[in-house]
Ligand binder design. Sequence first.
Ligand code: SF4
Length: 220
Amino acid sequence: MFDGIAKILYNMSMNHYVDKSILPYQTGQIAAYELQVRTCRDCPLALTRTQAVCGNRRYQGDIMLLGEAPGAAEDRLGRPFAGAAGKLLRQFLAESQIAEERLYIGNTVKCRPVKPGKRPGTWSNRPPAPGEITACRRHLQTELALVRPKLIVTLGAVPLSCFTQDKPQMSQYHGKPFIAGERAVFPLYHPAAVMYNPGLRQAYEEDMRALVRYIQEEII
Ligand code: SF4
């Protein structure tokens, strides 16, 4: 009964890419998960979001790219990495020739964190606060159980902090894979960091090459 209702809701909410290879029983689980995220009010970000943003629905991807949180474009469009940082990320991915079908792209926190903008009545992006990351952790855990990635590529310090014991410094972690529990984790800078600091571009490109080697040697 629940599975049937969840399937209907899932089909109703379809407006972009759907992974055709998902099994029927998974469809119900995915629908239930996405409904939980979209209706969640577990932290104050529910008060300012336009909509919660789920992953890109490639639930058979063996590589998960995990960002920080939705920005303005994602909040408006309901898709992860829909803005300028996403464009740069896709450019790096195209150059690295990692097949897009292998990638599940999502965020650590599912709703846009905002602060008052410079002009009255506007909002700007900000990093998610520790309490917001903790509140959203249950959704990430469900997502990890559904996608079951062989490799998690963290984009920035926020997703990386979910897999380390310390408060990670990107300058120490970037480009160095490690094992966290049963999962391989490969830390990259967030593409937005490369946009705001072009000096990171060379390191980012080297890290992408290291990522491709790591996938070829350890993940395939
Ligand atoms: S950020 Fe996460 S915990 Fe907070 S309201 Fe959105 S989905 Fe819920």
